[in-house]
Design a binder for this molecule. Structure first.
Ligand code: FE2
Ligand code: FE2
Length: 475
């Protein structure tokens, strides 16, 4: 089960050749997927030879194989982490029972909804990023975004496999609908709002992969705990790829900060206008992008008080982050949790039943994790002797979902009137002119070893290759 069969039309490690009905269903979906990729995948890239990694096994060691591939020929397939013998459900009302190998009838609708919602984010991000190849700051970066795009495509495959195998006709219909919705399209948008926002430039892209792919990590970690074993196994393998996406984001922002600091030191200035004229991104603009991507991403965790979250947990469908490391009864009926709300112009804590607060718990786990990369970015400034520091805004800032939606809160947590917020908004979130400035900086750099002026080269190349390696070949 651990090695992947590449002789099949659909590479897999799930013995697809033995399940003829499933194989037929997936082989029927495959050309539709490829049509979607041609329409909505990286724009104008079909003929490029891209130095990509492909999974060859699902064990942590040596699963990657690197070679030039034309993206439409990428071997998307179905890869599950190995089954754990005798695995039990770790939490909720079914705690201690054997993990399910089939879908329990009473949880079918919820499970389908969870899988569809996760699946929908995967093609959405490819759609959001599809024009960025035209403005890549280097071949190295171009290759990296393409790698992420093909892996998000595979994550869609992972969810569609579950839908086809376990949800019959409804599952197949959902599989089609996943190819029909479009990021940002009014009539048929993607399910979650952050996946309908634009990712118009590379600063946005790196923020997205740092913050929004990290939401992916936390959702997948919670689903990896699922009592529905096939979901647990698919998401565990997806997580190995997610780590790389977040690395691209973290190192991308580091490199931008590094280059900006270098120019600031050379010119001995911290004046944003002068810095912009030198063709690099001023640090306050980076902070504004951070504020935007962070706030739309923490909305993805959902309402702070949610009966769905309670149901998903109690019925064993979705656990907590690192469920097994929590020292409690894993049932949570008697516990409570603090969620923030705005009352009389102040943010005050409110106790809610723990089960209903599990979205907030996951959001708080996410917030702690987000801070780690931030420290690294700040260390780049510290080393360069620049006093500026990036900060994570208060979690009530710019929220559109949950009890904080509708209130106006500054990045430092001060509650404001609507008028005060309107007056200050442009200091905290990217304005049209900030975005236009960043967009103007972006021009394609594709000479091997060259990097756009606004970003430093990476410390290491991909797979031991040098920075001037031809990561993408155009002819
Ligand atoms: Fe993904
Ligand atoms: Fe990702």
């Amino acid at each position: 089960m651990e090695s992947i069969d590449y002789s099949e039309t659909i590479p897999n490690n799930v013995n697809l050749s033995e399940d003829r009905a499933l194989r037929r269903a997936l082989e029927h979906w495959q050309p539709n997927y490829l049509d979607w990729w041609k329409d909505m995948g990286p724009d104008g890239s079909a003929e490029f030879d891209v130095y990509l990694r492909t999974a060859t096994g699902v064990d942590p060691k040596g699963w990657a194989h690197y070679d030039y591939v034309k993206m439409p020929d990428y071997r998307w397939g179905i890869f599950l982490s190995p089954a754990e013998a005798g695995r039990k459900i770790q939490f909720g009302d079914h705690k201690g029972e054997d993990a399910w190998q089939t879908v329990p009838g009473e949880h079918r609708a919820n499970l389908r909804r969870i899988i569809v919602t996760q699946g929908d984010t995967e093609p959405a991000s490819v759609e959001q990023q599809r024009h960025l190849g035209h403005t890549a700051p280097s071949l190295y970066d171009l290759r990296n975004i393409f790698q992420i795009n093909v892996e998000e495509g595979r994550h869609l495959w992972a969810m569609v496999y579950l839908l086809h195998k376990y949800f019959g006709r409804d599952g197949r219909e959902e599989g089609e609908a996943l190819l029909e919705r479009r990021s940002g399209e009014q009539d048929n948008p993607r399910i979650l709002q952050a996946f309908n926002e634009r990712t118009p430039d590379w600063l946005a892209f790196f923020m997205f992969t740092y913050f929004t792919d990290r939401d992916g990590k936390f959702q997948l970690c919670a689903l990896a705990e699922s009592g529905f074993d096939p979901l647990s196994r698919t998401t565990r393998f997806m997580l190995t790829e997610e780590a790389h996406h977040m690395f691209i984001g973290e190192s991308g922002i580091s490199r931008i900060v590094q280059r900006t600091c270098q120019v600031m030191n050379e010119m001995k200035t911290d004046d944003p206008k002068t810095i912009r004229e030198a063709g690099v991104i001023d640090l306050p603009t980076i902070q504004k992008y951070l504020n935007f991507h962070y706030s739309v991403t923490i909305d993805l965790f959902g309402a702070d008080e949610s009966s769905n979250a309670a149901t998903f947990y109690s019925s064993g469908l979705k656990g907590r982050f690192e469920e097994s490391r929590q020292h409690d009864d894993h049932v949570l009926r008697d516990d409570s949790y603090e969620v923030p709300e705005v009352r009389d112009g102040k943010i005050v804590p409110r106790q809610v039943p723990m089960l209903n607060a599990l979205n907030e718990v996951l959001r708080d786990n996410y917030i702690a994790d987000s801070n780690k990369g931030l420290k690294r970015w700040n260390r780049v400034m510290e080393k360069a002797g620049i006093p500026f520091r990036l900060t994570i805004p208060h979690k009530a800032f710019n929220r559109k979902i949950g009890s904080l939606a509708g209130s106006h809160v500054a990045p430092d947590g001060t509650v404001l009137t609507r008028a005060r917020w309107d007056a200050r908004r442009d200091a905290w979130l990217p304005t049209d002119s900030d975005r236009a400035f960043v967009a103007n900086l972006m021009g394609r750099v594709v000479e091997p070893g060259r990097f756009a002026n606004w970003i430093a080269p990476p410390r290491f190349g991909v797979n031991g290759q040098s920075a001037d390696f031809r990561y993408v070949r155009f002819d």
